[in-house]
Structure formats: structure tokens, C-alpha cells
Design a protein around this ligand. Structure first.
Ligand SMILES: Cc1ncc(COP(=O)(O)O)c(C=O)c1O
Length: 518
């Protein structure tokens, strides 16, 4: 019997699939050459791409060949090449062939994780890779952060921003439940219900004390205040000072303690602290274990955002006491697979010390779901650990990347970025009258400022304009580098960690910086 066109469309991979791989191969070879433009954004303006597409959906369909020529003609010329060796903006989003192929397999297998029964392999693989990761970044023994401990465990989310929302919502719920159980709140007096009433997440959400909860954080990514906004809690961003131990900005209990005391005096309730391991602006580290006493004193949820720097903990020379500190102090932590781990976009790993902290906030089901919810350690029913019901099988891609490179391959990749960044740091440090390194950085991020004594300085040019001119000069030499600010002063951020960036690109970058100053 002849196949319908839709049935045929699920069978055309052998004919059309290789064309896509061919296109990607050509694209990668051509666009990731250092001489190819790093981004189309510098030679186009918003709307240039969109206007190549009709304003309404096509009435009749096109075959894959036609679509691929559209991709070639109308899309490829409008890309920003995140894998380009001279892409040094934001933080990297390093990718690799196993990541690309893993993503393809995920799409092709099309298993959606709603419950274990809807995606046994995806669920179990997620348990396996999350335990692998926990053991690696926590320095050998993931203890209660492992699924197999029966206590906590990890799940894969799309982005750090999503992971943070999940954490703040769960922490808010945990604090309200604690207040409600203690019976100290006015709620118990206001609503004379039995105890089970207080355990309903929806009711807890409207607990009168819910308007009093506060989260604290330091030099945090804007995703953190945003997560607090979504969860409906206050967020106090506290300005950290430079820590002697790291030479970089980092939050300490001495920064947070007095703010908490002041808040309590004003009738507010501290609920949690979000610490950073590798801030976005300067890659600073907060003093994790020093927060233990504050945590115990106020029963706080301590979360660690290690979105960028987390993977560096798989390096024995970087591990130090950090894994132990996370194990002892943190209620949860996250880091991305999509930034500096060659796993491509998207994936953010979120770990909790106690799974019930997530499930008591997020668990939900419907009569239409399978009644045989699994309870084994290998079937954690991730729909109850976070917001979405339907979940992509991202674990397959992570498994592909980790299994293809092995731990030693991932370590070599990370060390290359640190090696490149060290080379740039050394070069900048040779000219202390020209460059200021405002903080010490030690991973793939390098930050520096131009000192005013530069010969090119014109009296009418502000410091911001000079730093912007340097970025513009670098873009004319095809480097994508962005400016940031530090305490109101301009600063250049060079974020290394792309798979293709090598020492020679750093030499070229530094020569261009010097050319600018001549
Ligand atoms: C420390 C930190 N947290 C959160 C984020 C947000 O990451 P995502 O894009 O995965 O939401 C970033 C992004 O650079 C980051 O550096």
C-alpha cells in the first residue's frame, strides 16, 4: 500500500538526512575558519533576515532540497558563529560532533519524558549521567547528591535560568511549610483548618508570610533576581568585596549577616542565599563553607550557581575543597553543560541534596497519566522535580559527549581554555602601565581595563568610549569581544572556552589590542 505523504515524511531520513549533514559539514569548515566573519550582525541590521521570508505561511509545502537551499541562501548569511575561534563574548557555548549527533538522535527517537513509562531510557540515562556528573564535580563521591543515595539527585533543565526558577520556587515552598508547621504564623490563627491544609502547595503559596520572604545573593547573574520575581520573593543583591583568598569579588557571611539581621528587625523572613561559583562578570567565587553557620542559624536554603565554572571542578588541580564545601553546605547547585562542556545548547544540570524539597513543591499529576508511576531509584518521575511535564531526552546528548571524550578528554579541553586565558593574562601583565587587571581570574575568563595614561588618550574621549573603541577595533579584526562594567567603570571581558580557540588566536588578539593602542 502506498504511504501517505506524512508517512513518507517519517521515512525520508536516508535520502534527506545526509544532505543536512553535508550542509553542516560545509558550514563548519567554512564558517569556523578564523578568517570567516565571526558574526553577520556587524554587516546587517535587524529585519535583514526576516524580510527574506514571506509574511504568511506557505499555502503548499516545499521539499527538503528547497528548504535546504533556503537555509543556505537566507539563513546561513545571518548567523553569529558561537564555535568560531574568535568568538570571545558572553560565555562560550562549546559544542562538538557527539553533541550535534546526540541532539539528532534525541529528535529522531522522539521519546518524551512525562513519566518513566513514557521514556524509560531517557529517565534512566538521566539518572546515570547525573550521578556521573555529581561524582566528578564533587570530587569522587557525590554522596547525598546522587540518585543512588536515595536522598537527593540531579535533573537536566534547559538553562541555568530555568534551574534557578525551580530552586527559588521550591525554597519558597520549603520555608513556608516550615513556618506553617511551626505554627508560629498568623495564618494558623486566621484560617482554622486541620494540618493537611497547610501542606497543599497552592494554599502555602498564599500563606500571609509569603510576602515576607527574602533571598540574598552577591554579584549575581540577572537570572537570579528574575527567578525571585517569578517566585514572588524579594531579592537582595549585596555588593561583595574582593576576597583575599581569590583576589576576586566574592560574597562572605560578613556581607550578608547584617542585612539579614536588619530584614528580620523589619519583620521579613530570610529564606535562602544564592551563592556563585564563577560569577558572570568577573568569574568570582563566593565563600561557600563560611555560610554554614548562617544557614543553620536561619534555616536557609543555600544554592550555588556554577553555571559557567562548574565543569572546571572535574579538574583535580581545581577541585581543592570545593566539592567538599558543596556537599557540606549547599542545599542545591547547578552548572551548565551548554557553556563549557562541549555538550552544545541546551542543558543545565541541577542537583538537590534532598529530592523531596523539589517534589513537595512540584509534584502534580492527572487522571490521564499512567497509574503505574515508578518508584525505583532509576525512575524518579522527573515531572515531579520541576516545572515541565514533557521533557526532552537531553541525557542522550550528555551521555554521547561524556562517553566520546571520556573524563580525560573533557579535562584536556578545559585545560586548553585555561592555558589560552593564562597566556592572555601574562601578556596583559607585561604592560602594567597600560592595562589594569582589576581582579584575579583563573579560568577561561580574562577581564582588563585600559589605563588612562595611554598615549592615544584624547581629553575629550571618555573611558567608556575608549573601551568601546577597543571592542570596535577588535571587531574590525574579526574578534567578538564585549565590554562590561565594574563598579561603574568600563572593563573588557574576554571569555575563552571555544573548542577552536588556540594560543595563536590569543597572540593575534593581543597584537590587535596593541595595534589599537599605537
Ligand atoms: C553564573 C551564571 N548564571 C546564570 C546564567 C544564565 O545562563 P542560562 O543562559 O543557562 O540561563 C549565566 C549565563 O552566562 C551565568 O554566567
Amino acid at each position: 500500500m502506498a504511504l501517505t505523504r506524512f508517512q513518507a515524511a517519517l521515512r525520508g531520513l536516508q535520502a534527506d538526512g545526509p544532505k543536512v549533514l553535508q550542509l553542516l559539514e560545509e558550514h563548519i569548515t567554512k564558517s569556523y575558519d578564523a578568517s570567516a566573519p565571526v558574526t553577520a550582525a556587524w554587516s546587517s541590521k535587524p529585519g535583514d533576515c526576516a524580510k527574506k521570508f514571506p509574511p504568511t505561511a506557505p499555502e503548499t509545502g516545499k521539499d527538503i532540497d528547497e528548504l535546504l537551499s533556503d537555509v543556505r541562501e537566507n539563513m546561513l548569511p545571518h548567523l553569529t558563529h558561537w564555535q568560531h575561534p574568535k568568538f570571545m563574548a558572553y560565555y562560550p557555548a562549546s559544542s562538538s560532533t557527539p553533541a550535534i549527533l546526540g541532539e539528532t538522535l534525541t529528535a529522531g527517537l522522539g521519546n518524551i519524558g512525562l513519566q518513566w513509562v513514557s521514556n524509560p531510557v531517557g529517565t534512566e540515562l538521566e539518572v546515570v549521567v547525573m550521578d556521573w556528573l555529581a561524582k566528578l564535580v564533587l570530587g569522587g563521591d557525590g554522596k547525598h547528591f546522587l540518585h543512588t543515595s536515595g536522598l537527593g539527585g540531579g535533573l537536566i533543565q534547559g538553562t541555568a535560568g530555568e534551574a534557578l526558577i525551580n530552586v527559588v520556587v521550591a525554597a519558597r515552598m520549603a520555608k513556608l511549610r516550615e513556618i506553617s508547621r511551626k505554627g508560629g504564623s498568623s495564618y494558623r490563627n486566621l484560617v482554622n483548618q486541620d494540618d493537611s491544609f497547610y501542606d497543599t502547595p497552592e494554599d502555602l503559596f498564599f500563606h500571609p508570610d509569603s510576602t515576607k520572604l527574602v533571598f540574598y545573593t552577591g554579584d549575581a547573574h540577572f537570572s537570579i533576581p528574575k527567578a525571585c520575581r517569578v517566585a514572588g520573593v524579594r531579592c537582595r543583591k549585596i555588593k561583595p568585596s574582593i576576597r583575599e583568598e581569590t583576589g576576586n569579588f566574592g560574597l562572605t557571611p560578613e556581607d550578608v549577616g547584617p542585612v539579614i539581621e536588619e530584614d528580620i528587625k523589619n519583620g521579613l523572613i530570610p529564606a535562602g542565599i544564592i551563592l556563585n561559583y564563577g560569577t558572570t562578570n568577573t568569574c568570582g567565587y563566593d565563600a561557600i563553607s563560611d555560610f554554614q553557620a548562617l544557614k543553620e542559624q536561619h534555616n536557609l536554603w543555600i544554592h550555588l550557581d556554577a553555571a559557567y565554572a562548574g565543569p572546571s571542578l572535574i579538574l583535580p588541580e581545581r577541585q581543592g575543597t570545593t566539592g567538599k564545601e558543596i556537599l557540606e553546605t549547599c542545599t542545591s547547585f547547578n552548572f551548565n553543560g551548554s557553556k563549557w562542556f562541549m555538550a552544545g545548547f541546551d542543558s543545565a544540570f541541577l542537583f538537590v541534596a534532598e529530592r523531596r524539597l523539589l517534589t513537595s513543591a512540584m509534584s502534580a499529576t492527572g487522571g490521564f497519566m499512567s497509574k503505574t508511576e515508578a518508584t525505583s531509584l532509576y525512575a524518579p518521575e522527573f515531572k515531579d522535580w520541576g516545572l515541565p511535564l514533557g521533557r526532552r531526552n537531553r541525557a542522550l546528548r550528555i551521555w554521547m559527549v561524556m562517553s566520546h571524550f571520556g573524563v580525560e578528554g573533557l579535562q584536556e579541553f578545559l585545560r586548553n581554555a585555561i592555558f589560552c586565558a593564562d597566556a592572555l593574562r601574562v601578556a596583559l601583565a607585561t604592560k602594567p602601565d597600560v592595562f589594569r587587571l582589576p581582579v584575579q581570574t583563573d579560568l577561561g575568563l580574562v577581564v582588563f581595563q585600559l589605563l588612562d595614561q595611554d598615549k592615544k588618550e584624547k581629553k575629550d574621549v571618555s573611558s567608556v568610549e575608549r573601551h568601546q573603541s577597543l571592542c570596535d577595533h577588535l571587531s574590525s579584526a574579526n574578534f567578538f569581544v564585549l565590554m562590561s562594567d565594574l563598579n561603574g567603570e568600563p572593563m573588557i571581558r574576554v571569555a575563552l572556552g571555544g573548542v577552536l580557540t588556540e594560543a595563536s588566536h590569543i597572540e593575534d588578539l593581543f597584537s590587535e589590542i596593541e595595534n589599537f593602542l599605537m
